[in-house]
Design a protein around this ligand. Sequence first.
Ligand SMILES: *Cc1c(COP(=O)(O)O)cnc(C)c1O
Length: 396
Amino acid sequence: MSALYGTYARSELAFERGEGMRLYSQDGTPYLDFHSGIAVNALGHGDPHLVAALKAAADKVWHTSNVFTITEQERLGQRLVDATFADAVFFGNSGAEALECAIKTARRYFFDKGEKDRYEIIAFTGAFHGRTLGTIAAGGNPSYIEGFGPAAPGFVHVAPGDLAAVEAAITPKTCAILIEPVQGEGGVTAMTTEFMRGLRALCDQHGMLLVLDEVQCGYGRTGKLFAYEWSGITPDIMAVAKGIGGGFPLGACLATAEVAKSMVPGTHGSTYGGNPLASAVGNAVLDRILEPGFIENVHAMGQKLAWHLQQLAQRYPQYVLELRGKGLLAGIKITPPVREFVARLRDDHHMLAIGAGDNVLRLIPPLIATEADIAEAAGKLADAFAAIEAESAAAQ
Ligand SMILES: *Cc1c(COP(=O)(O)O)cnc(C)c1O
């Protein structure tokens, strides 16, 4: 019996070490990683530059709290500002905390303008924003809210892609629209450029803020540094995490100067957020991701992956219903139950992937995946479908 909470349907598989695209189990078996610790290990496992940065930071000061200046955090914040729409950054330790800061910033902005009743946020069905009390209410998934007392008020949900429904949901209380440009957990649904532009236009028209959750789709994953770049718009606030620390817990809320100015001393805080260790690793991740050609290569590999998945869909139309996603955040809506398919890939083909809502198989490899890695993964997926086909033929 495990001493841990039973909140996860865990596999017994435990990994001993990792190298690049591969994780090695305790008996030395390599597993091809198209899971990345849920889109976190952007640079794979054991990246020498990241390891060196963490080791060097460990020999300095581990933690001071945010009441002192943390030079590595100042530097990381400035670099994120230079690379994005944002003018100011708040660091936390996770995606949910980044979202909490984003939601608080949006509401506080209107409070400061004397519009204290303007706190409602329009969010979307199929969204995932985290597991805190605030972010389960923002996500709106009833099965995550049930049993935890009254849901935090101030969120309404409409179907993604339906601009008319968004417009109809706007009231004098609406302060912001909150959306993942590519929904991750919900089923790997990419928003269209038109929809993202439509949301920006509605926000401008009604004086509302556009808040993006790029915790999963950001940090190069879609083939741009941030997914909003695909639509040519910019948000007012953006939550970032997962890839930002490459495996070290780190999250960030980015905002324009106009919006961030309401977050004055006393309004928000985090003991650990952006501590010297996390910020040193964050800077090392950014060193790699901002290397010339890195993100362009992610884009190219995303196209290779899409091509392989199209081949697979043609070969196994009975198992592959739909291809979704963008770049190296790819989804395949399949007919076999996705939980079983993920276990089959892992146990029989030594490939790690993850499910998403709507019976979608999610492929989220480290951003360093090569053409050979992608071809290998496609081969393993084909092998898994072939095995299912053979089993069902034998059963007849
Ligand atoms: C993972 C995720 C979160 C929550 O991040 P945690 O680090 O688990 O708190 C929020 N939003 C999106 C889009 C995510 O994928």
